[in-house]
Ligand binder design. Structure first.
Ligand code: SF4
Length: 369
């Protein structure tokens, strides 16, 4: 038995195994890793895909991450904030369609008007859905008071991508006033308040090693992350990392393969977390999200943002489905998921099993507010 098979045969992976699996880049080795992860997914979370209806509610952002298309320095962008009534009618549609959950995502702001906007949206979405729609917030670093306000209003899940668990790599990708430590502390705060905690990283960053990606997966475990949303790094033409585009044409296949392996190894190491098949996978291959599901992901975030806003919310170049309505998006995804022999968990919240198990065991330390 070769080293890869020996590792895949283990009941429980060691931290040292992760980089070996992440580096398994021949087609045969890649297939072995992905097949093993899919088997673990079927055993642990079943052949069910949970939908999270995504609203990209505003592209205003106070930060300037070097890789991001909506960074505050990008002057080419028309900035927008979707009116509350449009979001609420979209959320009602999602609830009527049987979605168990919606995600409110935007650039990062912490001014009082923004805090109030999110509080109002959370309160009203919970009310219109008779508390059935679970709400995930993905609106960046905030104060403890703000996180607590939104939790009390009814938001139960929070997604805050650490982007990389390596502080030095983080520093190379952000201006000097952005702090990896502050972001890590926000994750700890969110967990202590009681949120179902989500995070994620970019995969295939310039200068990133498989050892760093392995440490990212260990970081998820250490910080008690139970929802994981990570995607391949794709350069954006209007950012300081635009030069990476020059080499990107030939790199697309390798980026996709590495992203799929990272999903698979995460599933193998953390069998009962929720993992999203990021839309960015589909920017690298037309069936990228399906490949993500076959690598171990179990969540998809159909975009419910009105198409008139979508082209102004491109975090990376080549984002797919920018002109599809929510209804078209749902139809397209249903067909794709059925073709894999999986079903969609309509009418189910799809909470992370890892989160539920920890809470049931009383070991998660989550405080009630
Ligand atoms: S990654 Fe997030 S915080 Fe950074 S510029 Fe983009 S939207 Fe703003």
């Amino acid at each position: 038995m070769n080293r890869l098979d020996t590792i895949l045969d283990k009941d429980r992976l060691d931290p040292d195994d992760l980089a070996v699996l992440l580096g398994a880049d021949t087609p045969a080795k890649q297939a072995s890793v992905l097949d093993a992860a899919y088997a673990v997914k079927i055993r642990e979370v079943g052949p069910v895909v949970y939908f999270r209806g995504l609203f990209e509610l505003s592209n205003l952002c106070s930060k300037d991450c070097l890789y991001c298309g909506i960074r505050r320095s990008n002057q080419k962008l028309e900035r927008y904030t979707i009116p509350i009534d449009e979001i609420l009618s979209g959320a009602r549609w999602a609830w009527e369609q049987g979605y168990g959950s919606v995600v409110l995502q935007s650039g990062e702001r912490s001014d009082p008007a923004f805090v109030d906007l999110i509080t109002e949206l959370v309160t009203k979405i919970r009310a219109l859905s008779h508390d059935q729609l679970a709400i995930t917030l993905s609106v960046g670093e905030q104060s403890e008071e703000t996180y607590r306000t939104w939790f009390k209003s009814g938001a139960e899940r929070y997604l805050l991508r650490i982007e990389t668990s390596d502080p030095e790599l983080y520093r190379r990708l952000h201006p000097a006033d952005h702090s990896w430590e502050r972001r890590r502390d926000c994750l700890r705060l969110l967990h202590s308040i009681g949120y179902q905690l989500g995070s994620g990283v970019m995969i295939g960053l310039p200068g990133q090693s498989v050892e760093q990606l392995a440490r990212d997966i260990l970081f998820f475990e250490q910080e008690r992350v139970v929802m994981i949303g990570m995607g391949p790094f794709i350069p954006h033409a209007d950012t300081p990392l635009r030069d990476a585009i020059r080499n990107f044409a030939w790199k697309r296949h390798a980026q996709l393969a590495l992203a799929l392996r990272t999903i698979a190894v995460t599933r193998l190491y953390l069998p009962d977390v929720n993992i999203a098949a990021a839309t960015a996978l589909q920017a690298l291959a037309p069936n990228g999200r399906e490949q993500g599901l076959m690598a171990g992901a179990n969540v998809i975030m159909p975009n419910l943002t009105d198409p008139k806003y979508r082209s102004a919310y491109q975090l990376y170049d080549g984002k797919p489905c920018v002109d599809e309505s929510a209804t078209q998006c749902r139809g397209c995804l249903e067909g794709r998921i059925a073709s894999l022999g999986e079903t969609i968990g309509f009418g189910q919240r799809g909470d992370s099993r890892r989160f539920l198990r920890r809470n049931a065991a009383g070991a998660d330390g989550a405080a009630s507010c």
